[in-house]
Design a protein around this ligand. Structure first.
Ligand SMILES: [Mn+2]
Length: 353
């Protein structure tokens, strides 16, 4: 048993679906659906999520992958959750008309395999491989890489499951699912990163609730971009230099706001060695205070996007670099946090891993 054993098992057992440049796929994770009441962490983004799912993705012809921790079974019963979010479940299932719909399970919803009353049972599995030309994108929740959860149903994880369920509910503990230490997140990300490099593939996970694009956290990305801009300054035209100067000012204030507001949460570097190999992506989560994140695959590109109600007026420093675009007249805005061609990402993996 090596530390990749669990991930190798997923790679070998995954169902494979072929995609091409014309395919559209959206990946969400970590909805943590509850009972629709005040201890339901999903509630605040429920309307936003449903509107986005319907107006952008269903009508846009996207296939849908829900990448784990869709239900919060540590705190709520499946029956309660299905009763509260029946419309949403119907919406999920309608995505199979666009191509495919799959629900992968995480650590908060893994008990569902044995439940025959589960309405998404026919779409449920642990992982999914998307075959893009000769390359592989492997989708799984990510808890499989945890050094503490090598067996999905060991006595200790079962015990923890009931303990959390029993204590978390009456006291209305919120967000314990994200009170993950940075050290644990980092250990998981690093294991997935090294596994992906060894097998020359892209992994898309959730679980840590920390969005990652091309193995980089936001902080890494900003530093990386700063480096790029400084390098391109000398050979640039006068006009080009002016644009570079403006962007550098924006990035610097973005970096400062990162240090001010998100110190504990997301400052830890996502880079695991000197060269960032773009082999791990994380779709983030759907229970963020200001909105939800997702990964889109469209026209041969892969994107990390942020959906929020804080549009042109309530803009936070976090979205300063990229313009927010409104979804119709919904009052909901989409910000592309990062984007690249899949061909480029796979070239880097082939050449650098
Ligand atoms: Mn999880």
């Amino acid at each position: 048993m090596t530390r990749f054993s669990n991930l190798e098992r997923l790679l070998q057992s995954s169902e494979t679906i072929g995609i091409d440049r014309a395919s559209r796929v959206v990946v969400f994770s970590d909805l943590h659906l509850g009972d629709g009441g005040r201890n339901d962490e999903f509630l605040r983004n429920a309307q936003l999520f449903e509107t986005v799912l319907r107006q952008r993705y269903l009508s846009g012809g996207f296939s849908l992958v829900l990448n784990g921790d869709v239900e919060e079974l540590f705190k709520f019963d499946l029956d309660t959750i299905q009763a509260a979010w029946g419309n949403l479940y119907e919406l999920f299932l309608s995505f199979s008309g666009n191509g495919f719909f799959r629900k992968l399970y995480g650590n908060h919803d893994h008990g569902l395999l044995e439940d025959d009353g589960y309405c998404l049972a026919s779409s449920l599995s642990e992982s999914l491989a998307l075959r893009y030309e000769e390359e592989t994108l492997l989708l799984f929740h990510g808890h499989q890489a945890s050094p503490f959860l090598n067996e999905p149903c060991t006595f200790s994880s079962r015990a923890l499951f009931y303990l959390l369920r029993y204590f978390a509910r009456p006291f209305g503990v919120r967000n314990y699912s994200v009170s993950y230490s940075n050290r644990k997140r980092y250990a998981i990300e690093r294991t997935v990163y090294e596994f992906s490099n060894r097998y020359r593939l892209i992994s898309i996970i959730g679980h840590t609730h920390r969005p990652l694009f091309e193995s980089m956290s936001k902080l890494d990305y900003l530093n990386y971009r700063l480096e790029e801009l400084c390098r391109s300054y000398a050979p640039a035209s006068a006009e080009g230099r002016e644009a570079i100067e403006i962007e550098i000012v924006e990035i610097r204030s973005e970096l400062e706001s990162c240090y001010r507001s998100e110190f504990r949460k997301s400052l830890r570097s996502g880079r695991y060695d000197a060269i960032a190999i773009p082999s791990i992506f994380n779709s983030g989560c759907c229970i963020g205070k200001r909105g939800i994140t997702a990964i889109e695959i469209e026209d041969g590109a892969i994107r990390l996007v942020f959906w929020t109600r804080d549009g042109s007026n309530g803009r936070q420093p976090g979205e300063r670099l990229n313009p927010a675009e409104e979804l119709g007249k919904s009052g909901i805005y989409r910000v592309v946090l990062n984007e690249d061609q899949l061909d480029y990402a796979f070239s880097r993996i082939r050449l650098l891993a």
